[in-house]
Ligand binder design. Sequence first.
Ligand code: ZN
Length: 413
Amino acid sequence: MAEGKPKPPAFGFVVDATCGATGARAGRFCTPHGIVETPAFLPVGTQATVKALDGADLHDLAAPMVLANTYHLYLRPGTEVVAHFGGLHRFMGWPGPILTDSGGFQVFSLRQRRSRGTARGVSPLVRIDDDGVTFRSHLDGSTHRFTPERAIDAQVALGADVIMAFDECSPNDDDRAYAEASLARTHAWAIRCRRRWAAHEAARTNGSPQALFAIVQGGNFRDLREQSAHFIADLDLPGVAIGGESIGFSKSLTRQILEWVVPLLPADRPRYAMGIGAPDDFLAAVARGVDLFDSVLPTRLARNGSLLTADGRLPILNARYARDPAPPESGCGCPTCQRFSRAYLRHLFKSGELLAHRLATIHNLHFCISLMRRVRASIVGGEFPRFHDRVLDRFTYPLPRNSLPADPLPWPR
Ligand SMILES: [Zn+2]
């Protein structure tokens, strides 16, 4: 494929307002499939579906953008199947903006897993070299290889608005030598991804343009994070992400890393903190100048019977709700709270009814999306610090972000 410059940008980002001494900002990220008002929470649709919902539900919820997972869709149904249908927007019946991750996070997560039938610690599912990663499918054990170029090709076939550079997610340890080698790989791969993306854009004859974001890594080392922020900013891409295993492995470290990194990023590009999904973490990241977030947390909590409310989590399975006629959250405007009681929702969960997952997911996504809308309004109105304190004073959130509940069945993973 010939190298070349991308055609004129179909993407743009404008900052509408910033708020006082904080780094909080309200912006608009323009994509070929719609404008994303920021700060924004992106629901995760791992398998080209936000579990239990379809595109019409997401439209009704005013979901600003949806994230889909390249690794999962590459393995099943295959990126060529999605391409055959003209890309993810048509395949999943969602006309709004879509972002795909590069597959890097899922591939590197396989490091923690071992192949079935082999001795523990003997046969990892992943081999990393400087050119790319060889991994075995968690579905059937078949062997595959991702390189930066193949990760971009897969995302071009999927056709999302925003695609991500293939990176190595910072390992959750303090091995300095490994962190340095890993970061060097991530940076070299980002350059290769940019080259491949630019070639695709220059050669594009149909379909919408795509924007490439690259990812700041560097683990918990300040100098590596700063070095990475400078490097990724200098790539001059349409957006920048901050990665890691939910960035810093703890709430306080995540906040610290954002304080190191964000001031070094270009002010005129969207900033995306990957894997942040707890409402108190949204607020902390917004205060530090982040624009975009994604996480499976709100939807997974919903399927476990945990409803997000302004007062914290409401465990709908608790016996005290068995005869409670109140909506899950009083004053909530979501379709679930408009029509159903806590008692009914609890009954659905206790009976293993599929509708339980759907109604709870609708509520939790509405909570996150409307919280972000109010965050944005508070920034525009110059009241973000007061809004931030008011929300946190009321909201108690006992679940640490790194303790995700297991995904309940009946859906296959
Ligand atoms: Zn509701």
